[in-house]
Write a protein that binds this ligand. Structure first.
Ligand code: SF4
Length: 679
């Protein structure tokens, strides 16, 4: 619904202040207390409310926003109890919710916005909002205001709608004025809205700018020049959802366009069953199996209804993680790809522009074929040199996370990887670079293409036309502008790295930017080594795991006593390679646990998760946020480090030949030697 041109508070409706004092929140929820902005300071309000606190993962197993709203703020726990009991926000008769700085940090889940909107909130007030959360609010038609505007509203003043949108780009202004993304798209379809088109003089462009300019609607071929900050309407080449997100997309489309809705290009879009497929192997997920089954059923309905490409599980085995399969079979150079997952950026390895979006945005673009984008700034990493034999692209990204993402140089920018160092890497290793752009809080990443790129895609898709792939690829123009700078990274100087699990007692969160060299972390004993995920479940990752495992097995070793070493394929293509080339045989001889393709432990939904807080995991996945893969402490590391640590029982950097030269005091357990293995 379109918001009025002048906003006032509705008589009888209430304002909820999320105060640092939980007692005040309780009294407001019970109806005993109503507060006013003039009675409070901004410092009295909660800062950094994260989206997990607003809608924890278990709440997201519901797909209807009205059901999600029943458990709004279920993650705010005080003294072991929910501060917001079920239905508390909805039953409070609130229309405004007020907090401090950085509202909506954390994951990009759109459910955080839905829980407020479907509880009756129409204005969110905060000192600042996390960018992705702010975008979700705009798409859902939730107006955002600051504390001064609230004080005026509570004083009975009308605040012009213009004040809610005037600081945004021209297209976002239109979305806010129409009341959200769906109403905006319908107005565009009816011809009621005239979309602004940037008219820039010819200028050198980055790879990201070139791809967006190529997809821009409403301009002639000689006008395809854009710059950061431009708002553009772009055609989307393709995308995908998975069983954690598809149900909402289907539901939203039915709600907006009726149960007979259609999507115009189903062959360009796909569904995957990869995230929750092994959830029933995890004890704490079992209470939610009915809801997970509903999500699967909804995804099947969506696929049958739309005729989109189907990558469902067969015989309860996933075809693979969506991002791995998408780069194998779907994404071409020069494509603009949007999918409902934050690691969609991995598609940048194919020289495409790809990033994750919320369910509303995806539903809208899959229905209309286009989306709106504010052009991001770029940052470029010019890679030189070659990696040392015990270093991988994962170490490069942990280095970039520490030195460039931590000081926010990559924030909301498009990362470009270019240079001879990129060309020295395999496509699988380049995919790791692109994959972890989201951990850098970047918009996405794109890797410059070379002949290896086209040959790799053609090898995965027999019959692909290499000349056509080459013609679609983009390179940066000389003189293109990089607001984040151009940074040379000499690959030969990178050491084996980890990201440590932080120190919550001293306010250091578990974060992928917690980089350290393996050398400097001291003696860290492990219980679990996990080898898999979209970041590290590719063929080259399996060659890394195997390189270490083979050396260990040849030296008569098995996985260290007390350690579980899980090995999980990124896709069925990876599994086929690993089985046909004897890799799986080696893993089994080493005592590793070999798992079917899929996300699994990476999202806390499969074998390999920790069970108690004392357990220590070294993992090749991409993020170590607390609780993501079980309650234990999780260290991020490269495939080589993970595999080497599995055999030593401690986090160690791999050294070629390390298991033969036993003069070094490696603390693996000699009792693990398998008498059945001959050298
Ligand atoms: S493997 Fe992990 S990071 Fe990758 S898509 Fe699955 S859950 Fe997300």
């Amino acid at each position: 619904m379109k918001p009025p041109e002048v906003l006032t508070l509705t008589p009888g409706k209430r304002v909820l202040f999320l105060t640092k004092d939980p007692g005040l929140i309780r009294r407001q929820l019970s109806g005993e207390l109503d507060l006013r902005m003039k009675d409070l300071r901004v410092e009295d309000l909660l800062d950094d409310i994260n989206t997990d606190a607003m809608t924890p993962a278990w709440v997201c197993f519901d797909y209807k926003p009205e059901d999600i709203a029943r458990n709004a703020y279920a993650g705010l726990i005080v003294n072991g109890e929910r501060l917001f009991p079920a239905d508390a926000l909805r039953n409070g008769n609130f229309e405004v919710i007020v907090s401090g700085y950085r509202k909506g940090v954390g994951s990009s889940r759109e459910t955080a916005t839905q829980c407020e909107v479907f509880s009756g909130i129409r204005i969110a007030v905060a000192a600042s909002f996390a960018p992705i959360h702010a975008g979700n609010n705009i798409n859902q038609g939730l107006l955002m205001a600051d504390h001064a505007m609230l004080a005026r509203l509570q004083a009975g003043e009308g605040v012009p709608l213009r004040e809610f949108y005037e600081d945004h780009d021209p297209i976002t202004q239109l979305i806010i004025r129409e009341g959200g993304l769906f109403p905006f798209s319908k107005a565009v379809a009816r011809g009621e809205v005239e979309l602004p088109v940037p008219h820039n003089a010819p200028r050198p462009m980055t790879m990201g700018e070139k791809i967006l300019a190529r997809h821009m609607r409403g301009v002639g071929d000689d006008e395809r020049y854009i710059k950061p900050g431009d708002a553009v309407v772009v055609d989307v080449d393709g995308g995908y959802t998975h069983e954690f997100t598809t149900a909402q997309v289907h539901y939203f489309l039915e709600q907006e366009y009726g149960s007979d809705y259609e999507i115009p290009n189903p062959g360009k879009f796909a569904v995957f069953e990869d995230h929750l497929i092994y959830a029933d192997d995890v004890q704490r997920m079992r209470p939610f199996m009915d809801k997970i089954e509903t999500l699967r059923t909804m995804q099947r309905s969506f696929q049958q209804h739309t005729g989109c490409r189907d990558f469902s599980a067969k015989d309860n085995i996933s075809p693979g993680i969506c991002h791995e399969v998408a780069r194998e079979f779907i994404i071409d150079p020069g494509d603009l790809i949007q999918a409902t997952d934050s690691h969609t950026c991995m598609g940048g390895v194919n020289n495409a522009l790809a990033w994750g979006v919320g369910a509303t945005e995806y539903a809208n673009l899959v229905h209309s074929g286009f989306t709106t984008v504010e052009v991001s700034e770029s940052i470029r990493f010019e890679l030189t040199g070659t990696l040392q034999p015990n270093v991988t692209a994962k170490d490069v990204m942990l280095h970039i996370l520490l030195h460039y993402a931590k000081p926010q140089l990559t924030l909301d920018r498009i990362i470009e990887f270019t240079g001879p160092g990129v060309r020295s890497l395999s496509l699988d290793e380049r995919a790791t670079l692109a994959n972890m752009a989201t951990e850098c809080s970047a918009r996405t990443a794109i890797v410059e293409a070379d002949e290896k790129t086209f040959e790799w895609i053609a090898a995965m898709r027999p019959g692909a036309d290499i000349d056509a792939l080459r013609a679609r690829a983009v390179s940066p123009d000389p003189g293109a502008e990089y607001a984040g700078g151009v940074h040379t990274v000499d690959l030969s100087t990178i050491e084996p790295m980890v990201a440590h699990p932080g120190d919550p007692d001293h306010g250091i969160p578990s974060d992928p930017t917690n980089g350290a060299s393996v050398e400097e972390i001291g003696d860290v004993a492990i219980d679990i080594a996990y080898a898999g995920s979209c970041t590290a479940g590719k063929i080259d990752d399996f060659l890394f795991y195997h390189q270490v495992a083979k050396e260990a097995v040849d030296a008569g070793l098995r996985v260290a006593e007390g350690v579980k070493f899980y090995v999980q394929f990124g896709s069925q293509a990876v599994e086929r390679f690993a089985r046909e080339n004897g890799l799986v045989d080696t893993f089994e001889r080493a005592g590793a646990i070999v798992l079917n393709p899929g996300c699994g432990a990476c999202i806390g939904c499969g074998p390999g998760v920790s069970e108690v807080g004392e357990q220590v995991t070294v993992s090749a996945i991409n993020r170590n946020y607390k609780g993501r893969s079980g309650p234990g402490k999780l260290w991020l590391a490269s495939p080589l480090t993970v595999a080497a640590s599995a055999f030593t029982g401690r986090i160690v950097a791999y050294q070629p030949g390390m298991f033969e030269t036993r003069s070094e005091p490696l603390r693996y357990n000699a009792a693990t030697i398998d008498p059945n293995i001959t050298n």
